[in-house]
Ligand binder design. Structure first.
Ligand code: TXA
Ligand code: MG
Length: 335
């Protein structure tokens, strides 16, 4: 484990990246599993380490705009507006790639996903390595994304060159991915930057269901089940959650886990001894729920619950991304 606030540790981590090794590092969204984005071999090592299908391309992370010119063609006007407004930050743009970017990074696509993270540790590491860093979320494929260094260690043990610890991530959900190549901008994955903010700058967008014509995945990663802990997760409608859970609680044997807003947890108190809870914060603050979701899924799993319950959130601001992740981790929506 390297310390994100140590210049010596960052130099060691950057040297490992330059040698083609894999280093996990914090960003403001989630931890990334980084490798040299210009090396096909390093990109293949990322897929192998994650157990990730090779048609699911990687995001290349930059630490200044001159790095962008190395990997992508010039920004189209709408992309420039978004980059000016939200970089550095939790926004990923799909751009025409330059030949230097290996097919291994883009899953053979002619486009490349680019992000300029705002986390100071991510920026320092990328700058020190002098490379665009390919980094998917640093979880094993299918597991909840990592929002703390120990989450990464849980999934990878000491199989990586190292993990740079920068504490808990502040956003907690991945970046918003925007594709501006078509007639209308498409949000391929809702994320840290809300749809409303994007539309206030570039006009109406389409939020992709992840598939074009029901078959071709636009952001290939969106077709896979994601973020899932081992225990099944059930999504309850918020207005019926209390009565549904009281019914469930008549079973005093099964260990249940609840990931609910504090308002609902208060109504359910005191909880039976077989029920564990993870507060998602107030229903009026979806950004706190976003920051706490993946951590809660892992913690309840580690505590050995055999069923988890979560409820829906209003889908404005980061709430859209929050509900996107909640739906993907759920086994079943209960109406
Ligand atoms: O916040 C984030 O974006 C984090 C941190 C580490 O930066 N990274 C992340 O990467 O979430 P990953 O690999 O878990 O998700 C990348 C998504 C996938 O859904 C992938 O299919 C999509 O980006 N993607 C990558 N390149 C693409 C491309 N050229 N066209 C369309 N989608 C692309
Ligand atoms: Mg991921």
């Amino acid at each position: 484990m390297w310390r994100g606030d140590s210049a010596t540790d960052l130099a060691l981590a950057a040297a490992a990246l330059a040698r083609g090794e894999l280093v996990a590092f914090p960003t403001e969204t989630v931890y990334g599993l980084g490798g040299n984005g210009l090396s096909a071999e390093a990109c293949r090592a990322i897929y192998a380490a994650k157990g990730r299908p090779s048609d699911n391309p990687l995001i290349l992370h930059i630490a200044d705009m001159s790095m962008l010119n190395v990997i992508a063609e010039e920004l189209p006007p709408q992309a420039k507006v978004l980059a000016d407004a939200f970089w550095p930050g939790p926004l990923t743009l799909i751009l025409k790639k330059k030949a230097i970017v290996p097919d291994a990074a883009t899953g053979g696509l002619k486009t490349v996903a680019v992000r300029f993270p705002s986390h100071p540790v991510a920026q320092a590491l990328i700058a020190a390595s002098k490379l665009p860093i390919a980094a998917p979320s640093a979880n094993r494929s299918g597991r909840p994304s990592p929002t703390a260094a120990w989450h990464v260690a849980q999934d990878f043990g000491d199989s990586l060159a190292g993990i740079v610890d920068g504490g808990e991530t502040s956003v907690g959900l991945e970046s918003t991915i925007v594709d501006i190549s078509g007639d209308r901008p498409v949000i391929l994955r809702p994320g840290g930057i809300g749809r409303e903010l994007i539309e206030s700058l570039i006009g109406p967008t389409i939020v992709s269901s992840g598939f074009a014509d029901g078959s071709i995945p636009l952001a290939p990663g969106m077709k896979y089940r994601h973020y899932a802990p081992s225990a099944p997760v059930y999504l309850l409608p918020r207005d019926k959650a209390i009565s549904r859970l009281r019914e469930e609680f008549t079973d005093g044997e099964t260990r249940f886990g609840l990931l609910l807003p504090i308002e609902l947890l208060r109504q359910l108190a005191p909880l039976p001894s077989n029920v564990l809870s993870w507060s998602m914060g107030s229903i009026s603050q979806p950004e706190i729920a976003a920051q706490r979701l993946f951590d809660g899924l892992r913690r309840l799993d580690d505590a050995g619950v055999s069923k988890m319950f979560i409820c829906d959130w209003p889908e404005n601001g980061i709430g859209l991304a929050l509900m996107n992740r909640i739906r993907k981790c759920c086994t079943l929506e209960v109406f």
